[in-house]
Design a protein around this ligand. Structure first.
Ligand code: GDP
Length: 320
């Protein structure tokens, strides 16, 4: 795409044209070197229009109710005059080709809304690469005038921490039923979450959900953090206490903005983003220029005939 084409695309994204938005995100997700250069130029052209959205991350195990929650919450926000974008990070879709989050069929009401935009996880590359592309997609939807961006991820592996690194407020969605389940909750997640919400607090699960919330509250108190996460219960299915959740998001963000932590957090996130992109770029370079040697080295390490450190030194030695 020539410069004029890029300027035209940037203008159409800024005007909020849906087709341009989809095209811009496809460009950002591409791994082709010429597309990477164009994507960088596009983001640079749109930079002034970015950064104004409320950025919220939502994590939770499959089945906890993420899509039900985002569908219901998104509908309320759209009804209140907001424009809501939903982006997903699911690195497992790279390997399995399945379990793609943010799929339109999962948020049936919201996906039909003109003021909502739902994008499944990019499905190529390392977690760092997927995260970097999602950050760029976030800037694009902000430039297109979406004032709320929800980034969704499955609460398994490192992807939830990657999401925590790119949002203002990070929500961990939990299932009712505590005790043994609580043991399985990673301390890291409790430390990173700004809000812990126990979903499915309805019907027979109402009491277990409240008990789970009480136990989670004791668990976060032990962390003795200066700004411990807010713990609440809700029902995505009935809509009960959804307003509480959104108010907790706004309260948290207001606290961050008031003492300057919002700006600090976003700047630190910029550094993490840069490191991710460097790592991803190095990985892409090695795949292109030393792919065969790396595959051989991996095989030798797997067989035990080559030490991992020697293999890494050899491969890194191939960088110019
Ligand atoms: P996800 O995998 O985290 O996106 O979870 P889903 O949103 O697909 O929900 C998984 C299942 O839980 C579905 O059958 C939902 O209908 C159900 N579910 C989601 N939220 C609630 C809730 O608040 N209460 C009840 N009772 N069921 C819910």
């Amino acid at each position: 795409m020539a410069g004029a084409g890029l300027n035209d695309l940037a203008a159409r994204v800024a005007a909020g044209e849906r087709a341009a938005l989809a095209r811009a995100i496809t460009l950002v997700e591409s791994r082709r070197a010429d597309h990477r250069a164009e994507a960088s130029a596009l983001i640079q052209a749109l930079l002034d229009r970015t950064g104004k959205a409320i950025r919220v991350g939502i994590t939770g195990v499959p089945g906890v109710g993420k899509s039900t929650l985002i569908d219901a919450l998104g509908m309320r926000l759209v009804a209140a005059g907001h424009r809501v974008a939903v982006l997903a990070i699911d690195p497992s879709s790279t390997r399995t080709g399945g379990a793609i989050l943010g799929d339109k069929t999962r948020m049936t009401r919201l996906s039909a809304e003109r003021n909502a935009f739902i994008r499944p996880s990019p499905s190529a590359g390392s977690l760092g690469g997927v995260a970097a592309k999602t950050r760029e997609a976030m800037l694009i939807v902000e430039a297109a005038g979406f004032d709320i961006v929800i980034v969704e991820t499955v609460g398994v592996g490192q992807s939830e921490l990657a999401v925590a690194e790119m949002v203002d407020t990070f929500v961990a969605l939990m299932l009712p039923g505590a005790g043994d389940e609580l043991q399985g909750i990673k301390k890291g997640l409790l430390e990173r979450a700004d809000i812990i919400a126990v979903n499915k607090a309805d019907g027979d699960a109402l009491h277990p959900a409240r008990r789970a919330a009480a136990e989670l509250l004791s668990a976060v108190k032990i962390l003795a953090s200066e700004d411990p996460p807010r713990v609440l219960t809700l029902s995505a299915a009935t809509g009960d206490r959804l307003d509480d959740l959104w108010q907790a998001v706004l309260d948290h963000r207001a606290r961050l903005a008031a003492d300057g932590r919002l700006a600090t957090r976003r700047r630190e996130q910029g550094v993490v983003w840069m490191r991710d992109m460097i790592r991803d770029g190095l990985d892409a370079y090695l795949a292109k220029h030393a792919g065969a040697a790396r595959a051989e080295a991996e095989a030798a390490v797997r067989e035990g005939t080559l030490a991992p450190s020697a293999a890494a030194t050899d491969i890194l030695g191939r960088l110019p």
